[in-house]
Design a protein around this ligand. Structure first.
Ligand code: PEP
Ligand code: MG
Length: 566
């Protein structure tokens, strides 16, 4: 009977194959470990020697495998080898052997002591308990003359299931035969996840109920949705795998520029934070920078950077995208991004306080110096950046900002992140050359729900129809005035939502560069009319799930839920 289990999605992708479980771990009964009787005093030195040799053999074997691997696999194997030689662990086991405990039982007891400490520390340390248990299993198997525990090499491409996979198990895996990883335990930062990412195979962790799946049972793993379908309909499962492969190939092959299937241009841009992230973004198929979050380049600074210092950083970004569009946002200081050199007043509600462009109320000179630096970098690189202000709430604020930008012969715009700005979009747009909608804050302020609150994530969903209505109003105003309306919040990273935004009239999409290919490929699959129909369908709903479903029904399943793997 088909059954669907769910867990934490770690690496996207879809795979279908028979289940495989790793080899049996050593028997830890007192009899098997030889802990029912004390080691006589005259044999304890030999037993200490036996333990030391077994630990050294295991460490050498792992180091050897590390040298045959590269990247994360090599690092993981080397780290596990180091655990087998860890002075604390080896010392604790040795002390027990010196007191008469058998070497295998001492390895088990020392591991228990250390695992308890790691678990108490929580987080990353707790996730290392699996590594330690793996070292114990290998050393005990060596001491008992058993075959090395771990993952067998499957004869057919298989889905590897486990309670948790030890790094040494996963590091040697071949993605041709191990096509997905699913574990009952583990978190998104566990070694299983790291290795799955490197191998590029779908991975889901923390899946309850996994133990009931027998070896050989066919399973479908959807690493994007975090789903494990046990004994699915074979034809349907194959179809999901094929559809995913088609989609992945299209994403991998998408090189831009952004346009719909019927050729309507929609620039696909990158969000960056400094020179390094801008240079990294050029490896993706982006046409420019839609949001340069300048405050992120200065978060650690106690003093305001000089105009020259600032210009040097802006130059790096302009150089990385020479000849291409770059939208610079002036400092969005305050609330979730406090800057030490702008003395933020003590506020009861910082998200509703003196943040973003409002810092110019008390410190107009900070904004002036930043605009001077942007203009200087533009002169030095021969670029003409677009410059926008964050957190604009009124046409008067937009006009005041635009005047300062135009005085430096730069292109002036503002972000639409406050519902008031969306409602008065025609008046705001009349003052500037372009706007960019920050859907992260626009959603937060529309829904009166803190974007940082995990408890309120259903409210801060950018598919909220109320938010889509505000985007529609801004895009309509932009169209009427013939001025660009971009989106630079996380909404622009969701391929299906990106199609809806374009249908609402948005003219460019900017997001994390890694999302660009999936967004561009999805857009290339649909016509503008399909986008408009999907937008109308989403606007007719009253909750995010219904909006998603309505858009998917129009767009087809192709762009639905596409997320970048890893
Ligand atoms: C936004 O609010 O959507 C946005 C792009 O700005 P930030 O995430 O930096 O607040
Ligand atoms: Mg914002």
């Amino acid at each position: 009977m088909t059954q669907t289990l769910t867990g934490t999605p770690v690496v996207g992708g879809v795979a279908y194959g028979p289940a495989l479980w790793p080899g049996v771990r050593p028997d830890y009964s007192a009899e098997a470990l030889g802990s029912t009787s004390e080691v006589p005093e005259d044999r304890r030195a030999d037993e200490v020697e036996r333990f030391a040799r077994a630990a050294a053999v295991v460490a050498a074997r792992l180091r050897d495998r590390a040298s045959q691997n590269t990247g994360a696999a090599a690092e993981v194997l080397a780290a596990t080898a180091a655990l087998a030689e860890d002075r604390g662990w080896v010392g604790a086991a040795t002390k027990l052997v010196e007191k008469g405990v058998s070497a295998p039982a001492a390895a088990a007891a020392a591991t228990e002591q250390f695992a308890a400490v790691f678990s108490r520390m929580g987080g990353l340390m707790a996730e290392r308990v699996t590594d330690l248990n793996d070292v114990r299993d290998r050393v005990v198997a060596e001491l008992l003359g058993l075959p090395e525990p771990g993952v067998p090499t499957p004869d057919v491409p298989s889905v590897l299931l486990a309670d948790d996979l030890a790094p040494a198990d996963t590091a040697g895996l071949d993605p041709a035969t191990t096509i997905a990883l699913v574990t009952r335990l583990g978190g998104p930062t566990s070694h299983t996840a790291i290795i799955a990412r490197q191998l590029g195979i779908p991975c889901v962790v923390a899946v309850p109920g996994l133990g009931a799946i027998d070896v050989g049972t066919p399973v479908l793993v959807d690493g994007t949705a975090g789903e494990v379908v046990v004994a699915p309909d074979a034809a349907e499962a194959q179809e999901r795998v094929t559809a995913h492969r088609r989609r992945a190939a299209r994403i991998a092959g998408w090189t831009g520029p952004g346009r719909t299937a019927d050729g309507v241009e929609v620039a696909v841009l990158a969000n960056v934070a400094d020179g390094a992230s801008a240079r990294a973004a050029t490896a993706h198929p982006v046409e420019g920078v839609g949001l340069f979050r300048t405050e992120l380049a200065f978060l650690g600074r106690a003093d305001e950077p000089s105009v020259d210092d600032q210009a040097a950083i802006y130059r790096e970004v302009f150089d990385a995208f020479a000849g291409r569009k770059v939208v610079v946002r002036t400092l969005d200081a305050g609330s979730d991004k406090p800057l030490r050199f702008v003395d933020h007043p003590d506020e009861a509600n910082p998200a509703l306080g003196v943040r973003g462009d409002r810092i110019a109320l008390a410190h107009p000179e900070v904004r002036e110096r930043q605009l001077d630096a942007i203009a200087q970098a533009a002169r030095e690189t021969g670029s003409r950046p677009w410059v926008m202000a964050p957190m604009i709430a009124s046409p008067a604020e937009a006009a005041a900002f635009a005047a300062r930008v135009r005085a430096r012969d730069l292109v002036a715009g503002v972000m639409v992140e406050v519902p008031a700005a969306a409602i008065l979009a025609p008046a705001i747009l009349a003052e500037v050359d372009f706007v960019s909608i920050g859907t992260n804050d626009l959603t937060q302020y529309t829904m009166a729900a803190d974007r940082m609150s995990a408890d309120l994530s259903a409210l801060t969903d950018p598919w909220q129809p109320a938010v889509l209505h505000l985007v529609a109003a801004v895009a309509k105003a932009g169209r009427a005035l013939g001025k660009p309306v971009g989106v630079c919040g996380e909404a622009a990273a969701d391929p299906a939502l990106a199609c809806v935004l374009v249908g609402l009239g948005v003219t460019s999409l900017s997001s994390a560069p890694a999302a660009s290919a999936a967004v561009g490929a999805a857009l290339g699959e649909v016509t503008l009319t399909a986008c408009e129909n999907a937008a109308a369908a989403a606007l007719a709903t009253t909750d995010p799930a219904a909006a998603r479903a309505a858009a998917a029904a129009v767009l087809g399943s192709e762009p639905e839920g596409v997320r970048s793997a890893g």
